[in-house]
Each structure stands twice: as structure tokens, then as C-alpha cells.
Ligand binder design. Structure first.
Ligand SMILES: [Fe+2]
Ligand SMILES: [Fe+2]
Length: 237
């Protein structure tokens, strides 16, 4: 199944472009680096375990590109680069947030578990010259950071799904539940089930739960009750 729908990219992009001007300023157009460079970059930046995870996310993103009508190169790059800043120490993440005017509007925003998304987007823009706002935005939002306005909700959700489904993850129950939904294009149901699992999972691991996770889950719960969704790109992020 291939999912298609129209999206007012101009509207979303204008909002994001203005808000994130320090990050995306002068950045327009497409990815300018090749995938081999990205893989080598990530291998240098990350531990072997997280590098393997990133390769796995890249693999799933390639598969999801055809299901969700994504640009294949963008999807693959998102997968390999999504955790580029995940292993930065807190002080480095906070320093980059300050340098790039990333707004830390609540305490949770300063936790590396959430902050590594936007910091990673800034980092790959700086280090690799990546300029694709859709790619940068998906990476920025994959960690539930920010207010839910994103260039491509479908790309962001695919990245979140791939983050769970990649082969080296040992979460068989949620993977078995999620995989058929994700691969059949049932994005609303998949996102709902993923959040229904993720929040108690974080709590059980004594990990913080960002208020945005609750916000997204509540919105998805309403959508599930209403049994409606105005296109895949209307899904809450
Ligand atoms: Fe991440
Ligand atoms: Fe990840």
C-alpha cells in the first residue's frame, strides 16, 4: 500500500523557516552530501551499538519510503543521521541549543532524551552541509521536541516507527503489534499504538515523559474515537 495526500508545504515551511531561522537560515534545496559520507560520519560520531541501530533505522526507512511515498534518499538519510547528537554530553547539547537559538521552553526540553533531536539537526546541517528542511525537521521532531508543527508529519512518524522497528531493537511485542500497521499504511493506528506503548514504557524505565508525548497521545486518542483523519499529513506530531 502506498499512502499519498496533498500537503500545504509552503504554509508549514514558512512557519518553520521563520521560527527556526537560526538553524535553517539560508538553507534551501536538497541534500548535498552522499549516503556513504553520512554513514562514515555517523560511524565516527557514535558508539558501535548506536551505529548499528542507525543502520537498522536506515534500512527500515528505505522500506517505508515506498509505503509512504517518501523520497527514498531523504528517508535513508533521515534514518542514518537521526541520532547524530544522541551521545553528546548534556553540556554540549545545551551549548549547541544556545548557539542555535533552540528554545528550551520547559524543563523537559533540556533533557538529552528529547534535546538530541533538534541539536542533531543543527549538527548535521553544520557538519555535513545538509540543507533539506524536511529532513532536518523530521530529525528535530523525532524526539518529541517542539510544538508539533513540522514540514512532513509522515516523514517524522516514519522515522519514529523505524526507530522502534529496526532489527537490533529487542522489543518483540511492540514490534509485532506495530509492524503490520506501519507496513500497511495505517499511520493513525500505528502512531496510536506506539504512543500507548511508549508512555508506560518510559515510566517503567524511569525515563522522563515529555508533555508533548501526552499531547500527541491525547490527540491520537480523539482521532481514534472519531475514526477520522484528514490525510496522513494531518496526523499530530
Ligand atoms: Fe533519537
Ligand atoms: Fe534512534
Amino acid at each position: 500500500m502506498t499512502v499519498t495526500s496533498s500537503l500545504d508545504y509552503d504554509f508549514v515551511y514558512r512557519l518553520k523557516y521563520l521560527k527556526w531561522f537560526p538553524i535553517y537560515g539560508r538553507l534551501e534545496g536538497k541534500v548535498t552530501v552522499d549516503i556513504d559520507n553520512c554513514i562514515a560520519f555517523v560511524e565516527r560520531e557514535l558508539s558501535p551499538k548506536r551505529f548499528k541501530h542507525s543502520l537498522g533505522v536506515m534500512q527500515i526507512m528505505e522500506e517505508l519510503a515506498s509505503v509512504y511515498a517518501l523520497d527514498k534518499t531523504t528517508a535513508i538519510m533521515c534514518g542514518i543521521l537521526h541520532d547524530a547528537a544522541k551521545e553528546f554530553p548534556l553540556d554540549r547539547q545545551l551549548e549547541m541549543a544556545g548557539k542555535n537559538n533552540i528554545s528550551l521552553s520547559m524543563e523537559y526540553d533540556s533533557y538529552p532524551l528529547f534535546l538530541h533531536g533538534p541539536v542533531g539537526a543543527c549538527y548535521i546541517a553544520e557538519e555535513l552541509g545538509i540543507t533539506d528542511p524536511m529532513l532536518l525537521d523530521a530529525i528535530s521532531h523525532h524526539s518529541y521536541f517542539d510544538n508539533g508543527v513540522t514540514v512532513s508529519p509522515r516523514l517524522c512518524w516514519c522515522l519514529r516507527f523505524a526507530d522502534i522497528l529496526e532489527p537490533s531493537r529487542d522489543w518483540q511485542d511492540i514490534k509485532m503489534q506495530l509492524k503490520p500497521l506501519v507496513y500497511s499504511g495505517k499511520v493513525k493506528e500505528a502512531a496510536y499504538e506506539m504512543m500507548k506503548w511508549a508512555i508506560p514504557f518510559h515510566e517503567s524505565m524511569l525515563l522522563p515523559v515529555h508533555p508533548n508525548m501526552h499531547r500527541v497521545f491525547q490527540k491520537l486518542s480523539v482521532l481514534m474515537d472519531e475514526k477520522t483523519l484528514d490525510g496522513i499529513d494531518s496526523i499530530p506530531v
